[in-house]
Each structure stands twice: as C-alpha cells, then as structure tokens.
Design a protein around this ligand. Structure first.
Ligand SMILES: Nc1ncnc2c1ncn2[C@@H]1O[C@H](COP(=O)(O)OP(=O)(O)OP(=O)(O)O)[C@@H](O)[C@H]1O
Length: 350
C-alpha cells in the first residue's frame, strides 16, 4: 500500500488502532546520556494509556517520536502495523491528533478556522468542513453560534482547551497524543474537562497516549498507566486498580502517595460490594452506579452506620456499611478490575 493509501486507511478507522514501540532510543546531540533508552510498549486499539513520571524523565520525547516531531535515534514505531519512519512526517501528523498544554490555537484565526485547519489541508469541501466544525464544537460542548466566530483570546482557558481538543479531532484521527492537555487549568475546570474527556472517549474510542504529572489524573482517566523514571524506563505498566493494589516497587509507591485505599475505592462501583438485606429506612441513599468512595463519603458525612443502595429507578437494593466496603478492598479485586469498563460506541467512519 502507498503511504497515502495507508494514511487514508488509518484515517477511516476512526475507532483506534494499535501503537507499538520497539527498542526506541533517543540521543539528543551533545547530551551524555539518552533521553529515552530502549523503550518498548504496545498500546491496544482504542486504549487510553497514561504516561506518568517526573519532569525530565522523557515522557514528551517518547510521545513526540510517535508523530515524528522528534526523530528516534534507533528502534521502531508502528501504527496499525505500519512503520511510521517510512511515512511522510507531515502527512503522518495530520492523521495523529495532537493536543498540548499551551493549546497552540492560532491567535489570528477564529475558533472555526482553527478547527478547520487539518480538514482544509486534506482538501475537504467547504460544506463538509462547516458541518464537521459545527459537530465538533457541539461534541466538546461549545455552542457553535456563540464560539465559532470568536478568536482564541475571547475564550476562557478551559474553553480554549476544549477548542484544542476539537481541532485535534477534526480529521477523525485514529490516534491522539495528548501532552498535559489540562495542565494549565484550575482544579475545578480540570475536573470538568476530565469528565467531558472521558465521556467523549467512551463515544469515539481513539487510541490515546496521554502525558501527565498528576497520578490522580492518570488513575481517573487511564485504561492503563505507565509509571516512568529516568530515560523513560517503565517501572510499571498496568491498570490503575492493579497499580494501586500492587505497586511494583518503592518508586511506584512514592508516586501513588498517600491514600491508596481511598483512590482504589473511587474506581469501584457500589454494586461490587456485598449488600445486606436489612435496610434502615432512615439511612441516606446512594445510586448503584456511584463508587464505593462516594458511599464512604456519605457514611462519614452523615454519621449513618449504613447507606441504602438504590437502582436507577430508585428501588432499594440493599444496605452497605463500612465493613462491606473494607471487604471489597481485601477481596480478589485484581481480575475484576482489570476489565476495562469503557463502552465503545464505535463512531462510523466518514
Ligand atoms: N532538544 C533537546 N536537546 C537536548 N536535550 C533535550 C531536548 N529536549 C529534551 N531534552 C532533555 O531530554 C530529557 C527528557 O525531556 P522530556 O521533555 O522528554 O521530559 P518530560 O518527562 O516530558 O519532562 P516534563 O514533564 O518536564 O515536560 C530532559 O533531560 C531534557 O532536558
């Protein structure tokens, strides 16, 4: 298949493709040690993998080698089985969405023009571009009537970040690379963007590599987390639940920080606990879709010894107390939690 043929083939597969890195090393000129050394990883189609590690450990270098913003010194990188080094870098970048912390919106172009950048390069018709811009603005929850004609400076930081995500998604790339995309936002905006991003990913199912300093962000968003140390060495690569339950070494444990049990509870739905039949009518209620962390919060906040778990129709399912919550943490969680809970609705290729 020609390069162009391959690129349009991956572009059509909007629901994500595998990324494989094999023995990838980067030596920057004049540096005594490599920034990335012998890095190997396979990311599954539709998977959201978080890179977590301290400043300077090589996260960004590793990620930028995937879309060839940085050329590897040695090793191989494949997207959907094709060696990216054999592809034209400019073409490749149009098929790999890229979102960065500094957003990188063009200041003198409107939001609509920013989002249209790649579709225009790809030669889409005006009507198709206009339709796509409208659809993407709605997807990232920016009203097209209000925002399409504004310039980036007329948007808040969080709104600019959403526009940046919309721009990266414009040509429906199967792969997204995200470098601290929510890093510059305040904690409340950040949480909202994270929630929106999870909802969006549940629909579009891209293959995503997402770099962050923030372990809690990694736990919240990732299907799997790669905890990296110097030279992008992989200290552990596993699901958030497994890393929290069994950190591979002291380095990983230090990243998790305080409160590993509470962080684990935030990943487990209330329905995973063994519920008692004896329901107290005065006990506060919690939805079966809430997490055990929410249930524990409610127990602590209300002082009630139990909470009543109710189904989506509001019918009581059973009672939950703190002993039942503790029992879940002590039980054989790992295999249950290893199953991704994300639903991929598999957007139709355009
Ligand atoms: N162009 C360059 N020339 C020389 N050294 C570089 C260059 N870019 C990065 N480095 C070095 O390579 C190492 C890895 O940098 P990289 O930006 O990949 O780290 P990072 O983990 O993404 O850091 P941060 O979290 O601070 O962004 C660092 O020691 C950095 O100083």
């Amino acid at each position: 298949m020609t390069n162009t043929g391959f690129l349009s083939a991956i572009a059509r597969q909007s629901a994500g493709v595998a990324i494989e890195l094999d023995g990838v090393t980067k030596n920057y000129a004049g540096q005594p040690a490599p920034a990335v050394e012998d890095f190997s990883m396979r990311v599954e189609p539709g998977e959201l993998v978080m890179f977590v590690g301290p400043s300077g450990c090589g996260k960004t270098t590793t990620m930028k080698m995937i879309n060839r913003l940085i050329e590897p010194t040695s090793g191989s990188i494949r997207i959907d089985g094709k060696d990216v080094l054999s592809l034209d870098p400019n073409q490749l970048r149009r098929h790999v969405g890229y979102v960065i912390q500094q957003i990188g919106l063009f200041p003198h172009r409107t939001i609509a023009e920013n989002i249209a950048t790649v579709p225009r390069m790809l030669g889409w018709s005006k009507d198709r571009i206009a339709e796509r811009v409208d659809e993407l603005l709605r997807t990232v929850q920016l009203d097209p009537g209000t925002f399409a004609r504004r310039y980036p400076r007329q948007l808040s930081g969080g709104q600019q970040q959403r526009a940046g995500v919309a721009r990266a998604l414009a040509a429906d790339p199967p792969v997204m690379l995200m470098d601290e995309p929510f890093g510059a936002t305040d904690p409340i905006t950040r949480e909202r963007l994270q929630a929106e991003f999870l909802r969006l990913q549940a629909e579009i199912g891209k293959t995503i590599i997402f770099v962050t300093h923030d372990f809690d962000e990694a736990v919240r968003l990732g299907d799997r987390i790669a905890v990296l140390s110097e030279r992008s060495r992989i200290e552990q690569f596993d699901t958030p639940a497994n890393i929290l339950a069994n950190p591979a070494n002291d380095y990983v444990a230090s990243f998790i920080g305080q409160g590993a049990a509470i962080k684990r509870l935030a990943l487990i739905p209330v329905g995973e606990a063994r519920l008692a039949n004896s329901i107290d009518d005065r006990a506060p209620q919690i939805a079966v879709t809430a997490t055990l962390r929410d249930a524990l919060d409610l127990i602590v906040l209300t002082g009630s010894p139990t909470v009543t778990v109710v189904d989506t129709a509001g019918a009581p399912q059973g009672a939950l107390d703190h002993a039942a919550i503790s029992a879940v943490l002590g039980g054989p969680l790992a295999t249950r939690e290893a199953q991704p809970t994300r639903v991929n609705l598999g957007e139709e290729p355009r």
